[in-house]
Design a protein. Structure first.
Length: 331
């Protein structure tokens, strides 16, 4: 897994282009030229914001990209840092060829960065403070739902005569039977599978620093134990990459991207549509439990949602427009 200092792309101004650094923290030394030109206070705020204020590595990566992109846009127009206006921020957002959620993320990153600059007296005002983003309301998520029978077919189609097959079945079963996020599954270690004397549980490290324990149902327990025994794993990460096509495993942890690629391969092998993703299992599991009249609060806790409205987004029982409705139009 990438840590907070890896895979950082540092922008150094239009004259030098984008410099990719591996394993190098964001510091005043690699700040964009427009930040350096604004003085030591701005350089200090740059390093403080990205290296100290933002704890989550994914948030840091996304905010860094957004701020770099905005500063490059401003610098190309010859605007100095203290002279950036709300109109400049608004014009930048309007020019972005992204969806509304991405524009809102860029605005949030710019606004928080300039809050830090104002706090360190590098700027007088925050030019993004009064800029309004387009409204965005999600009634139903866009993640495609994999059907219950399709999920069963996928699990049953896997050749489990080798450690890689056992691994893939275990990964997909964890996604199905825990509704965990793929990032949390990628963080699982051997120690995450705990027996309390009565049953096995999986301890997940969720986003936002949250930790949750989910009981392991009987068939998932079998899948996990068979995989661990065949792979001879005693410590370290639970789900590991394979040596090309040798069917043997390395000591390296699989990432969320590895899970997605593996699932695409397994979907093709099972003759199923390839547009499904690991996140599709969360949609299916949430919908399936709600169809069985499991209380929303219980499903919400299983999915790790802090707000029940988020759980309802995953609920695909209700559709605003169905094929049956449009077929009944009598024109």
């Amino acid at each position: 897994m990438a840590d907070s200092k890896s895979e950082i792309v540092v922008y150094s101004g239009p004259d030098q282009g984008a410099i990719a650094t591996r394993g190098e923290p964001v510091t005043a030394r690699n700040a964009p030229a427009i930040v350096k030109a604004a003085g030591r206070s701005a350089e200090f705020a740059w390093e403080e914001f990205f290296q100290a204020e933002i704890a989550n590595a994914h948030t840091r990566k996304n905010y860094l990209h957004a701020v770099q992109k905005f500063l490059a846009w401003v610098e190309e127009r010859g605007i100095e840092m203290p002279r950036i206006t709300p109109g400049d921020v608004g014009a930048y957002l309007q020019a972005l060829e992204f969806g509304v959620p991405t524009k809102r993320l860029h605005l949030a990153a710019i606004r928080r960065f300039f809050d830090r600059l104002v706090n360190r007296h590098a700027c007088v005002i925050n030019p993004a403070a009064t800029v309004k983003a387009e409204r965005y309301a999600v009634v139903e998520g866009k993640t495609p739902q994999i059907g219950v029978e399709q999920a069963r077919t996928l699990l049953q189609s896997i050749d489990v005569s080798n450690p890689v097959g056992l691994r893939d079945r275990a990964v997909l079963a964890v996604l199905v039977y825990t509704a965990a996020r793929v990032g949390a599954v990628a963080k699982l270690s051997v120690k995450s599978l705990v027996h309390d004397g009565a049953q096995y549980t999986l301890r997940f490290a969720e986003k936002g620093g949250k930790s949750r324990e989910i009981p392991v149902r009987h068939d998932l327990e079998q899948f996990l134990l068979e995989y661990i025994e065949a792979a001879k794993i005693t410590e370290g990460c639970l789900f590991r990459t394979a040596y090309l096509k040798t069917k043997t495993l390395t000591r390296n942890a699989m990432t969320g991207i590895d899970f997605c690629r593996m699932m695409k391969r397994r979907l093709r092998g099972a003759g199923l549509p390839g547009h499904f993703s690991p996140h599709s299992f969360r949609v299916t599991t949430v919908t399936d439990l709600l169809e069985q009249n499991v209380p929303l609060e219980d499903v919400q806790y299983l999915a790790g949602h802090s707000d029940p409205r988020t759980t309802r987004i995953y609920d695909r029982r209700r559709r605003k427009v169905t094929r049956n409705i449009v077929e009944r139009i009598s024109i």
